[in-house]
Design a protein around this ligand. Structure first.
Ligand code: ZN
Length: 236
């Protein structure tokens, strides 16, 4: 297992695209993995290829390191979490337990487990994910401690030496835009604005200065606020 190879959990969103750029800047061999789990829109799946192609075209030195894309069927999550706002038709709202109903229980645990199994087979060492404890929606499976514990479990359970990398863990959304600027300059910011997709509703009809989205769901609001703070910071 080469210590400098990576598998990026990639959904074509702002965060995972920034993580992919981060991995391409750090490791000579990078592959991506994505999950079809009954998302209520297909935009994520459609944008994956678009973002990967755009990265290759604009950053040829990264393109040379970018290997296979794996898409896994994780639709069983849709079966066990059918009433969540990410997989069903429910409106996005806060639940009594303090978590938004976009929370799919166990999702990141399943994703990392499937990613580790893929990495094992592909001889990849690092698992890179865009989880973040700073701007998170309270999702317990995005917490640093959850992922550190999972790393131990995966290594014990697969007799592996995986390292889970979460470059966004302690960054807010403005910092994430800042990281993209540091990694790939204005070209990467343009690429993220133009091609990545974060909106929970899968709406790509309206182009804002921060990218496409409905503009009102929690994911759009976070992305828009982060972009505004990033631009204010860059201007001062
Ligand atoms: Zn939205």
């Amino acid at each position: 297992m080469p210590a400098d190879s990576a598998l990026v959990l990639f959904s074509a969103g702002q965060d995972s695209t920034t993580c992919l750029a981060w991995a391409l800047a750090h490791y000579p061999r990078v592959e991506t993995v994505g999950f079809a789990y009954g998302q209520r829109h297909d935009v994520e799946m459609d944008q994956r290829g678009v973002v990967r192609d755009a990265l290759r075209a604009r950053f040829p030195e990264w393109g040379a390191k970018l290997g296979a894309d794996h898409v896994l069927d994780a639709s069983v999550l849709g079966q066990v979490a059918e009433d969540t706002a990410l997989t069903g038709d429910a409106e996005i709202r806060m639940q009594e337990n303090g978590l938004p109903n976009t929370f799919v229980p166990g999702r990141n645990i399943v994703f990392f487990t499937l990613a580790a199994a893929t990495a094992y087979r592909r001889d990849l060492h690092r698992l890179v994910g865009g989880m973040c404890e700073t701007d998170f929606s309270g999702y317990p499976d995005c917490r640093d401690d959850t992922l550190k514990a999972l790393q131990v479990t995966l290594n014990l359970g697969m007799a592996g030496h995986f390292v889970i990398d979460t470059p966004l863990m302690w960054r807010d959304k403005a910092d994430t835009w800042q990281l993209a600027a540091a990694l790939g300059g204005p070209a990467l910011i343009d690429l993220i604005v133009e091609h990545t997709h974060t909106c929970y509703r899968g709406d790509r009809r309206t182009r804002h200065d921060w990218g496409y989205g409905c503009g009102t769901c929690p994911a759009c609001e976070l992305r828009a606020q982060g972009y505004r703070r990033f631009r204010e910071r860059s201007a001062s």
